[in-house]
Design a protein around this ligand. Structure first.
Ligand code: BEZ
Length: 229
């Protein structure tokens, strides 16, 4: 059983993707370059929940781009199947942007095996030969190619993509400033002073704007807002 853990370098692979109506070959690490990225799998082409998910991601593509995040989907189907299905996804929102990111054609489950994406739960999530398709995994990968988040949702439940954007916002802010983010935090809300920041460093980094609830729970305003104020 493959186990991709937080902090691992995202395993590399070469594969075929479908992108803007074309099939092409990529090397994953080359494709990543030095960018943030989200690798996400869905069970199967031409399935209802997956169609709504891919449409939702296509519609919020600009939100990922503005955060410098590349997107790459995956299902265990071939590039021709992806190409036809993407037409349905685009037609679902005729006034919205088309799906512009690549989808991995992982018919032989090579990438799915490498990342531990295959379904061991849902007996309906199998191909015609009875071989499991993928579940709804998400891997957030940082510019150093380190895995920063892993998620696995069952085939029956479409994901909440604003939540993925929220995690990106938290990770990017935490990498820039010594902060963490509380439960249900959204971009712009107060953040938490990182527990490693102690003594004189607190004032040096956050000035007088520290609300101490407990010695270990200290809030401060979103530091990115303070800089532009
Ligand atoms: C769906 O996308 O609707 C789906 C795919 C596989 C199993 C169950 C649902």
């Amino acid at each position: 059983m493959v186990n991709v853990r937080l902090g691992d370098i995202a395993p590399n692979f070469q594969t075929t993707v479908s992108e803007n109506g074309q099939a092409k070959e990529i090397d994953f690490h080359e494709w990543l370059g030095g960018s943030w990225a989200i690798l996400f799998s869905h069970p199967d082409d031409y399935t209802p929940v997956c169609t709504t998910e891919l449409s939702a991601v296509a519609l919020s593509y600009a939100d990922f781009q503005s955060r410098g995040v590349k997107l790459i989907g995956l299902s265990a189907n071939n590039a021709d199947s992806h190409k036809g299905w993407i037409k349905d996804i685009d037609a679902l929102s005729p006034n919205g942007p088309n799906l512009e990111f690549p989808i991995i054609a992982d018919e032989d489950r090579k990438v799915a095996e490498l990342y531990g994406m295959l379904d061991h739960l849902d007996a309906t999530n199998v191909d015609k030969k009875g071989i499991p398709f993928t579940v709804r995994t998400v891997f957030i990968i940082d510019p150093e190619k380190k895995v920063r988040l892993t998620l696995a949702y069952p085939a029956s439940t479409g994901r909440n993509f604003p939540e993925i954007l929220r995690v990106i916002d938290s990770l990017q802010l935490g990498d820039k400033y010594k902060i963490t983010t509380p439960a249900n935090w959204k971009k712009g809300d107060d953040v938490i002073v990182h527990p490693s920041v102690q003594g004189e460093k607190v004032k040096e980094l956050f000035g007088d704007d520290v609300k101490t609830v407990y010695p270990y729970l200290r809030f401060t305003a979103d530091p990115s807002k303070k800089q532009t104020a």
